[in-house]
Write a protein that binds this ligand. Structure first.
Ligand code: UGA
Length: 436
């Protein structure tokens, strides 16, 4: 089957490469000429483990190609995926659907065969209806079915998530749409990945509900962590203790500096807007958004406390280890590190930072932070060291060397990757999350 993937960002490129790997004939389309040129040279626009190899192998096998020409790219495709960005619209938090609608219009005008048009971008409820209207208005004489097929992959684990999903959700309104989608996912179907067919609107909402629920789980455990600190309990034990209940589940119960990234912050806001538009409030999600926002700066204050408070902190130096919103990505979008660094800078603290992949993206977001070549360079002369992202590279730091290089052995572990007793035994003053 020929598949066209319009938008070669995170979701589009990973999905396209994986579909090609299943044996489909895939064309990835993007307006950005330099991105397409780089893809032709085998250079990935994002950092994602295993992606360059997967893309390379499928290009070599002749199943994956790239173009900026949408009309050429979609010619003969049975499934045309829309996987362009849906950023938060400036000012109101609504998902900006202008890219999705522009693609729908272009597809309608260029279509030369019957096809299923699939929204893979995260889009609010009702977007499929509008895409359908746009396609109809383009005057195409071909049969078109608009389907919703949200993507649940995580950055850093994208290929594994795509190839071994917990479920595939397909929101289709007719048999033509369902049949083509079955064909698209047949390799996974054979693999016994569950496929859930729903209405298009349900499918669109599933994506937001899933992300909002996960964001809620994280925020819940983060607040439990704060309470643990006050009452002298250990949040990791609390997580384990509640997570062993199958109804709760153990995943996404790691307390930390707050969620970030390209999805949870944007999607929770967009869900709030939808709820507002339909006058059906989702107050839990409202609280999650507020709580998570204030948590990021609170983490900066936690580091300031470790320096001895506001007055003592002025002029001191902090080493930030990890800047990306999570490990195994170079993505800085809504990373807690941004608010943490800003809080420190605002308090007159000098900040040096190191991240294995994210420094290029981080630099313009935190111009006052000195980027370094290694964790140890950041730590040199520091009055406190804060671990912000749990990169493997920080899990086994040479703590003796850290102690020697730092001005004061103060470690603030915002991801709980060290054992308090071990670190304290080495003479560190150690603060972490929810281990009171
Ligand atoms: C998230 C969802 O997990 C994916 O299922 C979804 O497809 C994706 O959004 C999307 O909508 O495209 P992602 O943003 O890549 O994926 O990252 P996650 O691994 O979910 O982490 C999000 C944030 O939550 C990170 O800042 C992470 O540090 C934080 N987190 C996660 C915690 O603080 N605690 C946890 O237990 C888990």
């Amino acid at each position: 089957m020929k598949i066209a993937m319009v938008g070669s960002g995170y979701v589009g490129l990973v999905s396209g490469a994986c579909f090609a790997d299943f044996g489909h004939d895939v064309v990835c389309i993007d307006k950005d000429q330099s991105k397409i040129d780089r893809l032709h040279e085998g250079v990935m626009p994002i950092y994602e483990p295993g992606l360059a190899e997967l893309v390379g192998a499928n290009v070599k096998a002749g199943r994956l190609s790239f173009t900026t020409d949408l009309a050429e790219g979609i010619r003969g495709a049975s499934a045309i995926f829309i996987a362009v960005g849906t950023p938060s619209r400036r000012g109101d938090g609504h998902a900006d659907l202008s890219f999705v609608y522009a693609v729908a219009k272009e597809v309608g005008e260029a279509l030369e065969n019957d096809a299923v048009v699939v929204t893979k971008s995260t889009v609010p409820v009702g977007t499929g209806d509008e895409v359908e209207r746009i396609l109809a208005a383009s005057g195409t004489s071909h049969r078109v079915s608009v389907v919703s097929n949200p993507e649940f992959l995580r950055e850093g684990a994208a290929i594994g998530d795509f190839k071994r999903p917990d479920r595939i959700v397909i929101g289709a309104e007719d048999d033509f749409g369902r049949e083509i989608m079955r064909e698209v996912y047949r390799p996974l179907f054979l693999n016994e990945s569950p496929i859930l067919f729903t209405s298009r609107r349900s499918s669109e909402l599933i994506k937001y509900a899933a992300n909002a629920f996960l964001a809620t789980k994280i925020t819940f455990i983060n607040e439990m962590a704060d309470l643990c600190e006050k009452v002298g309990a250990n949040v990791q034990d609390v997580s384990r203790g509640i997570g062993m209940d199958n109804r709760i589940g153990s995943k996404f119960l790691h307390a930390g500096p707050g969620y970030g990234g390209s999805c949870f912050p944007k999607d929770t806001l967009a869900l709030l807007k939808t709820a507002e538009d339909y006058e059906s409030p989702v107050r839990i999600v409202e609280a999650v958004v507020k709580t998570n926002d204030s948590r990021k700066r609170a983490m900066g204050r936690k580091v300031i406390d470790a320096l001895g408070g506001m007055d003592a902190a002025r002029g001191k130096k902090v080493a930030l280890l990890g800047l990306t919103f999570k490990p195994n990505t170079d993505d800085m979008r809504d990373s807690p590190a941004i608010a943490i660094a800003q809080t420190l800078v605002d308090a007159g603290v000098k900040v040096a930072a190191y991240d294995p992949e994210g420094m290029e993206q981080a630099r313009p977001l935190m111009p006052e932070v000195a980027m370094t070549e290694s964790p140890y360079e950041a730590i040199e002369g520091a009055d406190a060291i804060a671990i912000v992202t749990e990169w493997d590279a920080f899990r086994a730091l040479d703590l003796a060397r850290v102690k020697e290089l730092a001005k004061a052995p103060v470690l603030v572990d915002l991801r709980n990757i060290y054992q308090p007793d071990d670190v304290r035994a080495l003479g560190f003053t150690y603060a972490s999350i929810g281990r009171g």
